[in-house]
Design a protein around this ligand. Structure first.
Ligand code: 5GP
Ligand code: ZN
Length: 111
């Protein structure tokens, strides 16, 4: 996906403030944080959104979700955090490469 900004970040063509990386995923700080800690976990594989996932992505999705609390703790969020997955234009998604926002350290508005 040559025009995908997160694929470019995964490839190292666009710099990021890296939180974590392994063979399957990359986590990096959001360029426009909405809280003191705000990073994203993305699969290295280009997947447009949760809406384009199928059972073949099950292990990858599980891995990303299980990484969230571990990375949140490592970023100092010992009291909890919020995860957000925006899906599709109606869900407020702006970058069409699947990502899980991990947000914390502020005063979250009730949802
Ligand atoms: P979405 O609305 O698609 O769930 O969230 C996309 C997020 O990507 C936004 O919070 C936005 O600030 C972030 N973002 C967009 N472009 C870049 C970039 O080039 N680098 C980083 N680190 N974050 C970005
Ligand atoms: Zn991509």
């Amino acid at each position: 996906m040559s025009d995908c900004i997160f694929c470019k970040i995964v490839a190292g063509a666009i710099p990021c403030r890296k939180v974590y990386e392994d063979e399957d995923v990359l986590a990096f700080h959001d360029i426009h944080p909405v809280a003191p800690v705000h990073f994203m976990i993305v699969p290295k594989l280009h997947v447009a959104s949760l809406d384009t996932c199928d059972t073949g992505h099950q292990a990858l999705l599980g891995k990303i979700l299980l990484l969230a609390p571990r990375l949140a703790r490592e970023q100092g969020l010992t009291d909890g955090f919020r995860t957000i997955i925006n899906t599709g234009r109606g869900g407020g998604q702006e970058v069409f490469h699947l990502h899980v926002h991990v947000i914390g350290g502020g005063n979250p508005r009730p949802m």
